[in-house]
Design a protein around this ligand. Structure first.
Ligand code: PEP
Length: 255
């Protein structure tokens, strides 16, 4: 991170939680936040809990985000949730293009770009996830894959849109596996991403927060967050227990 960007630590709860457990988790996070004032903190619960979690965090500096959004505005899209609806229940962020959405639900680069645009149109900050599979890394295709994923969004929205967005680099092989990219591996890709944006607009590139995601925990967070182009974390497993999540927030605060 540099002085011009703040750290953002974001919890992606995935398909986990229920009301009582969410309350316990949020209470724990809120109780431990005072020591980390300079770090932005975000929780992304499943859709049904957005309104109740908003009630738990809205008087605090913990922000609320969703894990997915429809690319459509409204109408006959059974089962879908629009960006305006997310805004209406208190969200300020939404994750788009998580690798689980891309691989398990077939989301394409173009669809992810449309979701990114839908989020911005509703005044939500999209967190655009990009990342390579193990196969792609072994085939030395990491930079090409990331470039393709970012280019699809730049083509759809223009570079200036990234002034109001966050990017998360999440190597697919590190998500939920316990395998973690080394700080140097992650920094190389973050630097590549910032370079791609800088080729279009240096100011936008310098300001955009680029998070790392993939088995980040309290004991590996400082090494990753200490790298110059890593501005926070998108946290899956370790976001489900307040002590684990706070350990990452505290690591960011200590840098
Ligand atoms: C994620 O799914 O965004 C993630 C990073 O998960 P985990 O921290 O469990 O690897």
């Amino acid at each position: 991170m540099t002085d011009m960007r703040r750290f953002l630590v974001a919890g992606n709860w995935k398909m986990n939680g229920y009301e009582a457990r969410n309350r316990e988790l949020c209470d724990g996070i809120l109780a431990g936040l005072a020591a980390a004032e300079d770090v932005d903190v975000l929780v992304c619960p499943p859709y049904p809990f957005l309104a109740s979690v908003n009630g738990l965090v809205r008087d605090s500096r913990v922000r609320l985000g969703a894990q997915n959004v429809s690319e459509h505005e409204s109408g006959a899209y059974t089962g879908e949730v629009s960006a305006a609806m997310l805004k209406d229940v208190g969200c300020t962020y939404v994750i788009v293009g998580h690798s689980e959405r891309r691989t398990l639900f077939g989301e394409t680069d173009d669809q992810v770009a449309a979701k990114f645009r839908a989020a911005l149109d509703a005044d939500l900050t999209p967190i655009l996830c990009v990342g390579e599979t193990l196969e792609e890394r072994e085939a030395m295709e990491t930079e090409a894959v990331i470039s393709r994923q970012i280019a699809a969004v730049v083509a759809a929205t223009g570079i200036d849109a990234f002034a109001s967005a966050v990017i998360a680099y999440e190597p697919v092989w590190a998500i939920g596996t316990g395998l973690v990219a080394t700080p140097e591996q992650a920094q190389d890709v973050h630097n590549h991403i910032r370079g791609l944006l800088a080729a279009e607009n240096a100011d936008v590139a310098a300001g955009v927060q680029i998070l790392y995601g993939g088995s980040m925990k309290g004991d590996n967070a400082s090494g990753l967050l200490g790298m110059p182009d890593i501005d926070g974390g998108l946290i899956g497993g370790a976001s489900l227990k307040s002590a684990d999540f706070l350990a990452i927030v505290e690591a960011a605060a200590g840098l």
